[in-house]
Ligand binder design. Structure first.
Ligand SMILES: *Cc1c(COP(=O)(O)O)cnc(C)c1O
Length: 401
């Protein structure tokens, strides 16, 4: 019996044997909940197997009949995951990686030596730090743009020279919003590609490729998996073009692939993505509105609040909610913020985001010297707990300031 998902890496329709469910015209939430209608053709199992094999039999005529040879190139469990990932973003193709950083560095390292790239001054700290090192090593020429106006991106672009514009929206840890369609136009007019770190928005709320972006990156460690137990990343592309082939070749050579067990867990997590993201978005908005009224809250940063500078753009490009991430600036400065986090009983003091459990993080002390993060800021990842319990926890912690 041949493998059942072997046709996936060849870009054909998902083949599940005779009992395949055709969900192609249905809502993305329906397709995600059923992993595109997967049914195992051999056993009729409704959940895919984990193919742990690293190597695949070659025919006597030297061909690889199922398209798989060695799992650093491609593997069946990961191929099913990549189909589901591509579908989430309406992409031509997707690639899974061992982490969000592996996906991101793989993308940038697919550019020529010394390529000019334009990236946000305020963004996920790990990527910013790595890009600064790539700049020092002269591997990349990096220009940073200030958050706020889209025109800031235009000023950083060098027409004909810039190869890639990278944006993150909403972006860590102030949740600034970038207009994806406007950024895509600026990038394309200058002959560059636009890549979007859409980890926080998720495919539930924003579809960057439909707005003109060329590539989307997710740290799948966060909402896509959603259970704080898998490290993974992915890239999705609007076009399976020459550049995408280069990105794939770099992945094979650097070897930043995702393992089959993680791929399987991620397929499991994605089944509940839509319901989780909608829930945390509703809770985060309720929480933001309540916290804003607290006498010890200096500011609440959340794109769902009308006074957030990115609210109008967010309303246009985020559908069905503003996500589960917000930040709270505490009156009294850094010491008051740290003491507030210490008083929390439901929120867990830990880094990361997008899991079932609500997390709080004093970001400035994580990012260290040179961080643009205000020292009185607590970053909150809203989880799946009862929203009344979360509000109560934060209010009692703020009361003590
Ligand atoms: C976590 C995160 C990353 C990095 O992903 P890892 O899976 O931790 O490597 C990149 N961008 C954003 C917005 C993130 O939250």
């Amino acid at each position: 019996m041949k493998g059942l998902i072997l046709s996936l890496s060849k870009g054909e329709a998902v083949s599940h044997g005779r009992s395949m469910h055709d969900l192609s015209n249905l809502h993305p939430a329906t397709r995600a909940a059923q992993a595109l209608g997967y049914i195992d053709g051999e056993t009729k199992a409704i959940i895919p197997p984990i193919h742990a094999a690293t190597t695949f039999e070659r025919d006597a005529d030297l061909t690889y009949p199922n398209g798989y040879s060695y799992s650093r190139n491609d593997a069946p469990t990961q191929a099913l995951l990549e189909k589901v990932l591509a579908d989430l973003e309406g992409a031509a193709a997707a690639m899974a990686f061992g982490s969000g950083m592996a996906a991101t560095s793989n993308l940038f390292l697919s550019l020529p030596i010394g390529a000019h790239v334009v990236v946000p001054a305020v963004m996920y700290w790990g990527i910013r730090k790595w890009l600064l090192e790539m700049q020092t090593a002269e591997r990349l020429a990096v220009d940073f743009f200030a958050p706020g106006e889209t025109a800031n991106i235009g000023r950083a672009i060098k027409p004909g020279k810039t190869k890639l514009v990278w944006i993150e929206t909403p972006s860590n840890p102030t949740w600034d919003v970038t207009d994806i369609a406007a950024a895509a136009k600026l990038a394309h007019d200058a002959g560059a590609r636009l890549a979007v770190d859409s980890t926080v928005a998720t495919p539930v709320l924003t579809r960057p490729l439909a707005l003109g972006a060329d590539i989307v990156m997710h740290s799948a460690t966060k909402y896509l998996n959603g259970h704080s137990d898998v490290l993974a990343g992915c890239l999705m592309t609007a076009k399976a073009d020459e550049f995408w082939t280069a990105v794939r070749s770099v992945r094979t050579q650097l070897g930043g692939v995702l393992g089959p067990f993680e791929a399987w867990l991620l397929l499991r997590g994605i089944r509940t993505l839509f319901v989780r993201v909608r829930h945390v978005s509703a809770s985060a908005l309720a929480l933001a509105e309540r916290l804003k009224k607290h006498r010890n809250a200096l500011a609440v940063l959340y794109p769902g609040l009308p006074d957030h500078p990115g609210h109008d753009v967010a309303k246009r490009q985020m559908q069905g909610g503003f996500g589960g991430m917000l930040s709270l600036r505490v009156k009294g400065g850094e010491a008051a913020a740290v003491a507030t986090a210490a008083r929390l009983r439901v929120f867990v003091r830990a880094t990361s985001l997008g899991g079932p459990e609500s997390l709080v993080e004093h970001r400035a002390s994580v990012e260290g010297a040179g961080s643009p993060c205000p020292p009185d800021l607590l970053r909150l990842s809203i989880g799946l707990e009862d929203v009344g319990d979360l509000i109560g926890d934060l209010e009692q912690a703020l009361d003590g300031v």
